[in-house]
Ligand binder design. Structure first.
Ligand code: FAD
Ligand code: FES
Ligand code: FES
Length: 1419
């Protein structure tokens, strides 16, 4: 049978594809076939939104054109017949006119590296096509499926809020102060422009004082510059497609290399096809099948698409409920139910509300717009969010096959195994009827995940109770859970016992007892987090119980049940976020500064407009060369093993296979790595899962992937070391992510291996010897105390988890052999062009001068592209050398996460010495809270090679004091050698780990001392001129200023009281508040790296090309360099351009890292500019009235060189560990953050309510970029300390390999109120134009959220322990919902429910109804 033509439109142009392959995604087609590279590949699994496009179609049932966003990475092209696709290129361009969405994100500084930007633009664009005047909430919801790793989201939201109905423009500092949450003050400007309040209270006047003290610029951008949105100007739906609307659809067939796609047009056709191909998969949204094909290497030779069939898309409002065709998209279900809730009486829509609550947190818009309700049910995922709701509500399913039809309730019999349903092979699901609820019926749904948005559940549930009419006596009770077994389950045993019982405390206790028994999990249950999940089953029921009780109260039926204690009421509230509020304050440039001088002004990132329009070129956007080939790495599946053999016979059978490369193919050296302790390709043995064994080269990336899967390596296992110590490397018991595959029975077996773990400390597996910094005399300090050495009883431990870089653009290299004298040109996404260049030369055995490495820009780096990308770059270079063809490789997200390592996990052990302070406790402070002695042993998990681990540990030791003076101190560091992929640089480079440990023990000191934490911290701060523990003098120590300003502007004292009040009034929700400082050393700690070069060319038209050794990864380095050159040369920035970084313009460049690039390259650019100016000076003098162009031309005609180099090295560096002397750093950057959070003690969920940051960045070169760095780093730190958790199998295989399992902060993760101000009047004499480095220092401030959480947990625990606020408890980082919940110890966590025999021990929920006997109902 011949295949049909696929017809669709892209940006208004018709595309006719005669050979549509069902395995080709829209993303691959756009990028490779159509050359539209604005749409990006960030993950390939629907989890990041970088590939977002808008799809438009004529909907025959609704009889209208509909627009929706979709993930191009999951959409098979075959699903697009007669659909119009709009990509970022289709809505605007810098060459013609930017679309307002593109303009606003660029001008509001919402694009840093820009890799996420096209996807975010398209999400916003789609929203505006459907809703030209959206609300603020709709704008935030539009981004649930988009991630950004750079900006911290605030600028994106702020820029786009200008489209919102209620918001006339971005909120300026003043506008925001107008809505002071806590004091209700109003602020405005008086006639003189001074800030004034209407309400003269203390807090208000503090705020105003602050504003009046500084010449502050109220906004980082001017909304008046924005083009208005004109919906009439949008491209129209292709008329040709509209004309087809009345033509009947006919069956289509597309034949690919391995898969046939059949688009059925009627139900009969569909059932016939299913009878012919019972093994065929039905594909609607492909959000499940697409993942299985791409990541689980599954093949489905026949796919049937039912998307056109009316019966499968219909929505019918029946007498008993609303019936949805199985192919109805989740967005349609959501809209229909929302309408029903708005129209129908409240008692009828209880179940609908439950479904809506689940859909609220279900994936992002892109997934919900295409994924079907039937697909969710039939996938039968044990963690489906909808199935427990459907099961609990008594939803009915209609199932058909050729000649049969049956309607069944979706009860506990429907799922009969892991991913198994009752459907026979020829059957399909036709429709789903979600019932109306009845009078006396209540329904709730709950879900707890690691992150609120777009995350799979740990536990999810639907709960329903129906009462006998007019009573509180249970007629029906259903409690259904996901995440507690290999399928959705119903707690039948427990619920059956409750029939005819009254809704009171006794029932609560019985249900909890029953659930604890029925929902038990064995300690090694797949999915881990056993304690947490078991607790959640009870917590959810408790919430349901309270919610029903509250509703019964409203119905005045509460006579037989207790009254809800008002302090319990907040436990019933669903998550709700207040409207966001931001303040960004910075100092305006001095009056009189020339308009042309851009230094100090919030100039947008120079490439932002191109990034927003999709024109910015990243490595993989370089058009394909004619004869280009593609490489795929073959990596080890074993953590430590001998390689016995490699069999490539299966790979060779894959069409398009070109060659397999191994160590034997290398002409030069197979040794690589910073210390030559790595191999290009493993030869005899592998030392981690992900170790590169070889590579396959083929004609397409898809063939290369298939061939790589075909390479079979056999191994002989060797002993494995994975963790620093014990199980802790797995982040306590949560060692496995709860991906549904972990429910597979085979996985459970593998988990048993956990107990044979080997750890590095026990096996003495270290790199090098111990690193140490020591100052003062610990022994003397101790001897002055009453205690003796053996009294050092307070030995504490703390684990700080690692972090994945998750730059949106994965590693990418294109290598082009030049065919002459070993020359090769490489385009690499790297922070370290020099190292890429020398590694390739070394591997090929050619001099370095034959290798040219070029870097245009990166889609984020964060340290992850400093050294680890080299493992792939050298393989690509070898492939280009061997084949003589250009070769390309862009790592898939899962490969990138597996192979390239991340931030080092740390284990710290510390002793704080008591020198006569609080008696009876071995704590090292005076009664006043003053610290006197400290010893911390640090261990890092370095992985299978040394890489940068030594320097990372050095930096951790340099930061172990944070900002505190500790007279007697010793810090040691050991690098654990393990069988994990080598860990590496990550923004902060060991600093955040050292700083975190310092704040941790500091908070314990304050608690033990019984003093306010902020007082103890302030008391211990260094002072101007003090020496650090590594004997560096602190000059220009602005930290106390930052501290005082932050304390004041955050209204700390007043809010502390508010927090205490809240905590007294709320039993199951608690708030915490914390303020912490940071001091971050600026310089590479290896002195020789602190150098930088620049090369400036001035052309005869006066235009200037700046080259420097730094790379652009979104941090705005090129923008700042143009600002520097502009001021130095006194010409407008428009005359200056930076095209790329290359090894043939500026050689021997250090990696762009350690926050120093602006300092070193800025100074180098400045020097080069001075040389040019000197050469032009005679011509300027000769023609003082002339222009820049005149002088340049005159110099040229006089044969004066218009090209100059500049060079800078940072002076006075050189610390010695032996003598503990010499400067480790050039200077320090300081900052302070104050954060407030609210935790849900029952679920471990938390909300970031407000963060205030005051940061000293000297005289900011560009406040917009600097604030962007502060916010972006803060949010990355928030991720590190509260969200992001890596999970490994016991065998050392990383489980968290994509956005579905590894959660970076999303739009909703940032503080609702986010206020950042740059310290004023603090020029830094040590860096270019008095600025300071900013890239890394603010990251640690994200820990303020962690410590606020800990503060809130303390309040929860105190309630449980007779108000003991001095109790110390351990909370490792990150503070995930699991850890928070487990730390909020109560009856649910301990599952000690047998104590709850009514009338005896303390009970849990209620104030008893009056006269029913007085039990203490506290937790
Ligand atoms: C980024 C992302 C986030 C997600 N988040 C969530 C989440 O928060 N909660 C959650 O529960 N799930 C989530 N999912 C899972 C997924 O979205 C759902 O399972 C989705 O509803 C599947 O629908 P689909 O149309 O895309 O399925 P497809 O991939 O098209 O099909 C899935 C399966 O269903 C079968 N099928 C489909 N229709 C029928 C029918 N009518 N009769 C018989 N068999 C049928 C197919 O044969 C196939 O086996 C997420 C997925 C992604 C990619
Ligand atoms: S690339 Fe498609 S969602 Fe990430
Ligand atoms: S700007 Fe969003 S990922 Fe870089």
């Amino acid at each position: 049978m011949t295949a049909d033509e696929l017809v669709f439109f892209v940006n208004g142009k018709k595309v006719v594809e005669k050979n549509a392959d069902p395995e080709t995604t829209l993303l691959a087609y756009l990028r490779r076939k159509l050359g539209l590279r604005g749409t990006k590949l960030g993950c390939g699994e629907g989890g990041c939104g970088a590939c977002t496009v808008m799809l438009s179609k004529y909907d025959r049932l609704q009889d209208k054109i509909v627009h929706f966003s979709a993930n191009a990475c999951l959409a098979p092209i075959c699903s697009l017949h007669h659909i119009a696709v709009t990509t970022v290129e289709g809505i605007g361009s810098t060459k013609t006119r930017l679309h307002p969405v593109q303009e606003r994100i660029a001008k509001s500084h919402g694009s840093q590296c820009g890799f996420c930007t096209p996807g975010i633009v398209m999400s916003m664009y789609t929203l505006l096509r459907n809703q030209p005047e959206p609300t603020v909430e709709e704008i935030e919801d539009a981004f649930q499926g988009n991630l950004c790793r750079c900006t911290g989201y605030r600028p994106i939201l702020q820029g786009f809020r200008t489209f919102a109905k209620v918001c006339g423009g971005p909120r300026t500092a003043v506008a925001l102060l107008l809505r002071q949450q806590h004091s209700g003050i109003t602020v405005g400007r008086d006639a003189k422009g001074l800030y004034v309040t209407e309400k003269k209270d203390k807090m208000a006047s503090d705020q105003v004082l602050l504003l009046q003290q500084v010449t502050l610029s109220p906004s980082l951008f001017n909304p008046e510059e924005f083009m208005p949105l004109d919906p009439t100007q949008e491209p129209i739906f292709p008329p040709e497609l509209l004309r087809l609307k009345d033509i009947p659809q006919k069956q289509l067939r597309f034949e690919g290399e391995r898969v046939t796609w059949i688009q059925a047009s009627t139900l009969k056709e569909l059932l016939d096809l299913k009878a012919q191909h019972p093994e065929a998969k039905l594909v609607v949204g492909n959000t499940e099948i697409g993942i299985e094909m791409k990541f689980k290497n599954q093949l489905f030779p026949v796919i049937i698409c039912p998307a056109w069939i009316p019966e499968l898309n219909s929505v019918e409002h029946g007498p008993e409920g609303i019936s949805f065709g199985a192919a109805c998209r989740l967005s349609c279900v959501e809209k229909t139910l929302l309408d029903a809730v708005a129209k129908l009486p409240a008692h009828k829509v209880e179940v609908f509300r439950g479904v809506l609550e689940q859909l609220r947190w279900f994936a992002g818009k892109q997934v919900k717009s295409v994924a079907s309700i039937g697909g969710n049910i039939i996938t039968a995922s044990p963690i489906s969010d909808l199935n427990p709701v459907f099961m609990a509500s008594g939803t009915k399913l209609t199932i058909v096959s050729r000649g049969t039809r049956r309607t069944i309730p979706m009860d506990h019999t429907f799922f009969h195994g892991y991913r198994k349903t009752l459907l026979g092979p020829e059957e399909i699901l036709l429709s789903i009827e979600i019932p109306y609820s009845r009078k006396g019926e209540f329904f709730s749904a709950f879900k707890q995940a690691s992150r609120r948005e777009d995350d799979i559940a740990k536990v999810t549930c639907g709960m329903r109770v129906l009462f006998q009419p007019g009573t509180t006596q249970v007629k029906e009770l259903a409690l259904c859970y996901g995440g507690m077994a290999d399928r959705t389950i119903s707690a039948l045993k427990t619920t059956r016992k409750q029939l005819s019982k009254f809704w009171n405390e006794k029932l609560l206790q019985d249900v909890c007892t029953g659930l604890a028994e029925e929902m038990s999990l064995s300690p090694d249950a797949p999915g881990g987090m056993v304690e947490f999940r078991r607790t959640l089953t009870l917590s959810f029921f408790f919430k349901f119980y309270l919610t029903v009780l509250q509703n019964l109260g409203k119905e005045d039926l509460d006579d037989t049940c207790g009254k809800l204690d008002p302090t319990y009421a907040s436990a019933t509230l669903l998550f709700h976020k207040d409207p966001p509020a931001n303040v960004q304050l910075f100092q305006e440039v001095p009056k009189g500064q020339s308009e042309e001088d851009m230094v100090g002004r919030p100039l947008p990132h120079l490439a932002a407009a191109m990034q927003a329009s999709g024109e910015a070129v990243y490595c993989d956007d370089i058009p394909c060369y004619e004869n280009e080939l593609f490489l795929r790495l073959v990596t080890s599946t074993q953590a430590h093993a001998k390689i016995k053999s490699i069999d490539i016979s299966e790979a060779q059978k894959v069409p398009g296979f070109v060659c397999f490369l191994s160590a034997d193919d290398i002409p030069g050296s197979n040794k690589t790595g910073l210390f030559n302790d790595e191999t290009v390709f493993a030869k005899d043995k592998v030392t981690c899962v992900g170790h590169v064994v070889g590579a396959v080269v083929a004609d397409t990336p898809e063939h290369a992937q298939r061939a790589a899967h075909g390479v079979k390596v056999s191994y002989e296992d060797l002993p494995v070391i994975i963790t620093i110590e014990g199980e802790r490397g797995y982040n306590s018991k949560s060692f496995l992510p709860q991906s549904e595959t972990t429910f597979h029975p085979l996985k459970a077996k593998a988990l048993k291996l956990l107990f044979n773990l080997q750890d590095a400390i026990k096996n003495n597996s270290f790199y090098g010897s111990e690193l140490k910094i020591e100052k003062g005399d610990l022994k003397k300090g101790f001897s002055e105390a009453d205690n003796v050495v053996s009294d050092w009883t307070h030995l504490s431990e703390l684990y700080v988890g690692g972090q994945e870089h998750f730059y949106l653009e994965t590693h990418c290299t294109v290598a082009v052999p030049k065919g002459e004298a070993g020359e090769m040109e490489l385009f690499v996404s790297t922070q370290n062009a020099m190292k890429a260049q020398s590694s390739v030369a070394n591997m090929l055995g050619v001099p370095v001068n034959r290798i040219l490495v070029r870097v245009k820009r990166m889609g984020g780096g964060f340290g992850g592209k400093e050294t680890r990308g080299i493992v792939m770059t050298v393989a690509v270079a070898l492939a280009a050398y061997k084949t003589g063809h250009p070769v390309r490789c862009m790592l898939d997200r899962d490969e990138d996460m597996l192979i390239t390592g991340g931030r080092h996990p740390f284990l710290a052990r510390y002793k704080v010495l008591d020198v006569g302070g609080c008696s009876g406790q071995a704590v090292g402070f005076m009664k006043t809270g003053k610290i006197v002695a400290l010893e911390v042993d640090h261990y890092s998990n370095a992985g299978n090679s040394l890489d940068l681990s030594h320097s990372v540990m050095e930096r951790a030791l340099f930061h172990m004091d944070n900002s505190y003076k500790i007279p007697n101190i010793r810090g040691t560091g050991r690098l654990c050698k393990t069988n994990l992929p080598s860990n590496t640089a990550f923004r902060g480079f060991g600093g955040p780990q050292g700083l975190f440990i310092a704040e941790y023990w500091m908070s314990e000191v304050a608690v033990t001392c019984g003093l306010p934490a902020e007082e103890v911290r302030r008391k211990n701060l260094y002072r101007e001129g003090d020496l650090t523990h590594f004997n560096q003098r602190l000059e220009g120590f602005n930290l106390p200023r930052c501290w005082d300003e932050c304390l004041k502007s955050s209204q700390y004292d007043a809010r502390k009281k508010e927090v205490d009040k809240f905590n007294r009034e709320n039993c199951w929700k608690k708030r915490g508040l914390c303020i912490i400082p940071t001091k971050f050393g600026i310089s590479f700690t290896v002195p020789f790296l602190n150098q930088g070069g620049a090369l400036i060319h001035v052309y005869t038209d006066g235009s200037v090309l700046v080259n420097h050794g730094g790379t652009e990864m979104g941090q705005g380095l090129h923008t700042k360099m143009v600002q520097v050159a502009s001021r130095a040369l006194k010409i407008p920035t428009s005359k200056i351009y930076i095209s790329e970084t290359s090894t043939n313009t500026v050689p021997n460049s250090s990696p762009t890292a350690a926050s120093v690039s602006t300092d070193v390259y800025g100074q180098a650019v400045y020097e080069a500019c001075q040389t040019i100016l000197k050469r032009l000076e005679p011509f300027r003098r000769e023609n003082p009235g002339g222009s820049w162009e005149d002088w340049v031309m005159a110099a040229y005609l006089s044969r004066v060189s218009l090209s100059a180099t500049g060079f800078y090295k940072t002076p006075n560096l050189g610390y010695s560990f032996e003598t503990n002397s010499g400067n480790a750093f050039h200077y320090f950057t300081y900052g302070v953050a104050c954060s407030e959070v609210e935790i849900d003690c029952l679920t471990g969920d938390h909300k970031n309510l407000r963060t205030d940051i005051v940061m000293d960045v000297g005289s900011s070169l560009n406040p917009a970029i600097d604030i962007g760095q502060v916010e972006g780093a803060f949010v990355q730190g928030l991720g590190l300390f509260t969200l992001e958790e890596l999970h490994y199998s016991p065998e050392g295989s990383l489980h968290t390999r994509g956005p579905s399992t590894y959660k970076i902060p999303a739009f909703g993760s940032i503080p609702t109120e986010f206020r950042v101000s740059l310290l004023r009047d603090c020029p830094n004499k040590k860096a270019i134009y008095a600025s300071k480095a900013v890239g890394e220092p603010p990251l640690f401030l994200g820990a303020s959220i962690f410590f606020a959480i800990k503060d809130a947990i303390r309040a929860a625990r105190a309630q449980h322990t007779d108000n003991n606020t001095k109790e110390l408890f351990r909370l490792d980082s990150p503070a995930t919902p699991e850890k928070i919940r487990n730390a909020c110890v109560d009856k649910f966590t301990t599952l000690n429910i047998l104590d709850w025999v009514p009338g005896t021990a303390c009970s849990i929920a209620l104030k008893p109804a009056e006269g029913s006997g007085g039990l203490d109902m506290r937790p």
